[in-house]
Design a protein around this ligand. Structure first.
Ligand code: BDR
Ligand code: CA
Length: 322
């Protein structure tokens, strides 16, 4: 039976690829897309989500709920310097495309409560909506079957600062609340996992481009700005932590090694805002999360290539802005 899931996203670049996974993998039953403030301007993220639905040939089939437009207590921090507009400058007529009137937090609470223990959430942006749902419904964490989080680093480098990964940096209070809430949570971290095993270098990118479907063209376009940024900071390829997070939920066989950790997030540090303290069992702290440590990297690339090889018929014409 396909896995019922919601993807909570700040849709830009790899978030788009993660949505394709949720939309096109037969193992997934994507019940909703919930939007949270993160990578790029909120309204642009919503346009990117509809664009992705269109390229997947699923426009109008999956509800899009608008969530928190800012972190819990702090000002929004953008990653537009990394992702551009997050769509590679792709455009389509968005007239008549309406998000749901129900707020994302209400939708998350409702969907989890409808079938307690069955819904999975793939959270690939700042954790603001998830923390709000925890605050709103004391049963939310218990009702969610599993929560897959892209965020933090496992005793490794950050990306937005030396100490912090972007999703946790943007809303550290939310991330802290989520790890204290009692979810069955699995974490896909930035470093070392993503940097070692979910970077697609030129040879892998060439193989994807050669697939020659609307989806592989879309992938190349949405990843172009990030590729340029990554190379400027010494990463030799595009980074895919968000699509990896969706993939490991649907295909746990991609995980070669994981371990239980106690994960907590720094909210008070001057230089360490959003730092994820991942304690590996020797500091007297109860484990509260499973952290993915190693994946089948070639298997992941092959899997995504398979998703991108799907022949789709976008209902609306997509153009590239100059
Ligand atoms: C995370 O931050 C965002 O820029 C990406 O979408 C990903 O979710 C990586 O730090
Ligand atoms: Ca993201």
């Amino acid at each position: 039976m396909p896995t019922p899931l919601v993807i909570d996203t700040d849709t830009a670049q790899d978030d788009c690829v993660a949505l394709l996974v949720g939309l096109l993998d037969p193992a997934a039953d994507l019940r909703a897309i919930t939007m949270v403030a993160g990578n790029v301007g909120f309204d642009q993220q919503v346009r990117n989500a509809f664009l992705t639905l269109n390229v997947a040939g699923r426009l109008g089939e999956v509800p899009v709920h608008l969530g928190c437009r800012a972190p819990l207590t702090r000002a929004w921090v953008s990653a537009e310097n990394v992702h551009g507009d997050g769509s590679g400058g792709l455009r389509m007529d968005q007239s008549g495309l309406e998000p749901e009137s129900e707020h994302a937090v209400d939708a998350l609470v409702r969907l989890a409560a409808e079938h307690p223990g069955e819904l999975s959430i793939v959270a690939i942006g700042p954790l603001t909506n998830i923390a709000m749902a925890v605050a709103k419904d004391p049963d939310f964490a218990r009702n969610v079957g599993s929560l897959y989080v892209m965020g933090g680093s496992n005793n490794g480098r950050g990306n937005i600062t030396a100490a912090a990964e972007f999703n946790f940096y943007v809303d550290p209070e939310a991330a802290k609340a989520v790890f204290a809430a009692g979810f069955d949570v699995t974490v896909v971290p930035w470093d070392p996992l993503t940097l070692r095993q979910a970077v697609f270098g030129q040879e892998r990118l060439d193989r994807i481009e050669a697939i020659g479907t609307p989806l592989s063209d879309f992938f190349t376009d949405v990843c172009a700005a990030t590729l340029e940024f990554d190379r400027s900071v010494g990463i030799d390829g595009t980074t895919h932590p968000d699509s990896l997070t969706a993939a490991v939920l649907l295909h746990p066989e991609l995980v070669r090694r994981s371990a239980r950790y106690h994960v907590d997030v720094e909210t008070a540090g001057e230089l360490t805002r959003g730092y994820s303290a991942m304690s590996w069992g020797v500091h007297g702290l109860e484990p509260n999360a499973t952290v993915v440590e190693e994946i089948d990297a070639e298997g992941f690339h092959a899997y995504l290539s398979g998703v991108l090889a799907t022949e789709t018929v976008p209902a609306r014409k997509i153009t590239r802005s100059v």
